[in-house]
Each structure stands twice: as C-alpha cells, then as structure tokens.
Design a protein around this ligand. Structure first.
Ligand code: PXL
Length: 271
C-alpha cells in the first residue's frame, strides 16, 4: 500500500483542504498522512471572517522527527499553503521521499479571476517555486494565468490559448499539467491533461451550480487514483466524475462546500 503525505491547512469547517483530502485519498485505498500547515476556524472563501493559526514553525520540527524515525512517503500532495511554508515544504520533499516519490502540487490560491483573501499579489511567483520540479500540477485557469504572470480571463480561452498557457506552465518546470475549468462549449466543462508532449481533454456536461471546494475534491481523487496506478488521464477523468457526483448530492442552499461524502461509495468501488 502506498503512503501519501498531504500538506495543506485544516479549515475546521468548510469541506476543503485536509478535511477533504484525508477521506478521499483514503477511499482510494491509499494511506494518507497529513501535515497541517495552518488551522483556520473556517475557509476564507465566503465566510465574513476566520481565525488563523500559522503552523509554519512546526513543519521543520515534524520534518526533523520524521528524519530521525526514518519516515518517508511515496507521494506528496500539497494544496493551500502560505509563502513562509514553501521552503520548509521543499525541504520535506527532499528529506522524506522514498525513491521515485511523486510531487503533486495543487497551487490552491485563486479562482474566478482573483487571488484568495490574504494572498499578496506576488504570491503566485512563490507558488511557482513549488510547481518547479513537480510531477503534476493542478491549477484552475485563474491559478494558471497567475503562475505564468498573466492576467486571467474569466472565460473565452481558445484551444490555442489553452495550449500556449500549458506550454508556459511546463516552462516553469512542471512535468505534467492538469488544467481545470477548461471549456470550448457552454454545455461542457473539463480539464486539459498534458505530459509536455500531447494535450488530451476530458469533458463532462456542465452542471448549473458552481461550488466551493471542488478543486480540493478533484486534486484529492486525482492523487489517490494516480497512486493506485491510474494514468494521469484516467485519474483526471475519475476526479471529474467524483466532483460531478458530489455537486449532484449538494443541496441548493449549501454554499460553502460540496457533499463529497455522498460520492465516497462511488469512489471506493472504482478500485
Ligand atoms: O479550497 C481551497 C481553500 C483551502 N483552504 C482555505 C481556503 C480555501 C479557499 O478559499 O480559504 C483556508
């Protein structure tokens, strides 16, 4: 059984980051260790306020202990992290990796054309350092544009523009790019999957509802499926199916996350 370490915040309420990754990676049949880099009362995407306990100093304490105990991982999956945490995380990537350990980086920092609350305008250039040398990065369109220093467009990317953006993402040092939120047809929404050679597309019917936390569901399932031996394309397709299933189970008045819990049976039977 493979062991993955996810490094991101714990938002105590909000169905995102670690509280999504742990159950979904586990449901794929992959051991999921966690390293919370901050604890928030709730996420920052729509609640009027939140508490924030920065755990940056703890990252290197934990790293030292894991080195002492010989604890290593087959994969790392990072999500929402802060600037001060990038160097400690890069250090863990090298000191706690089994041979061939995968680095899966979801540069969770922006959506709908805007950085999340609390991130400075130059944060994307710091996040780009985590993406450099990553085996897989999973930006949405807004994050992708920020990572390569462009102003995001809210819609209307042509296939040529998408593939140029992907080429630039490879240019910052990402081996494989999974770009989410891609659409060339108003009824379809999907992802572009690129290994630096060819770009493949996976589309699903666009669901009318837009929901918070879908990027975290997508990245968690992608990481779990990849560690179960799926190809990047198949892992991305499964991730999209589980996002759609989660949205279908989400009540209309439930605004802060998706009911991914109801998609766990479907996910568990995929393996
Ligand atoms: O879902 C991404 C995410 C993770 N963690 C925190 C967030 C967000 C998005 O808003 O605020 C704390």
């Amino acid at each position: 059984m493979k062991r993955l370490l996810t490094i991101q915040d714990i938002s105590c309420v909000g169905q995102c980051s670690t509280t999504v990754a742990l159950p979904l990676v586990s449901a794929c049949g992959v051991e999921c260790a966690i390293l919370p880099c901050a604890v928030l009362s709730n996420h920052t995407g729509g609640f009027p306020s939140w508490t924030f306990a920065d755990l940056t100093p703890e990252l290197s304490n934990v790293e030292r202990k894991w080195i002492e105990l010989g604890i290593k991982f087959d994969a790392f999956y990072t999500g929402y992290v802060c600037e001060s945490q990038i160097d400690p995380i890069l250090s863990i990537f090298s000191s706690c990796a089994n041979d061939g350990a995968l680095r899966i980086v979801d540069p969770a920092m922006a959506d709908n054309g805007k950085l999340y609350a609390g991130f400075a305008d130059d944060f994307p250039s710091k996040m780009a350092r985590l993406c450099q040398g990553a085996d897989y990065i999973l930006p949405n369109l807004t994050e992708a544009a920020f990572l390569v220093g462009e102003t995001p467009k809210l819609e209307g990317y042509t296939r040529e523009e998408i593939e140029r953006l992907i080429a630039k993402l490879h240019g910052i040092g990402a081996k494989n790019v999974i770009l989410t939120g891609v659409s060339f047809d108003p009824d379809l929404l999907g992802s572009a999957i690129s290994d630096g050679g060819k770009v493949e597309y996976d589309f699903n019917p666009r669901l009318k509802k837009m929901s918070h936390g879908t990027g975290d569901v997508y990245a968690s399932v992608f990481a779990g499926a990849l560690l179960r031996g799926r190809s990047a394309f198949d892992a991305a397709a499964l991730a999209a199916d589980i996002v759609c299933e989660s949205i279908r189970h989400t009540d209309d008045d439930h605004w802060y996350g998706v009911s991914f819990e109801r998609a766990i049976p479907q996910l568990a039977t995929a393996f």
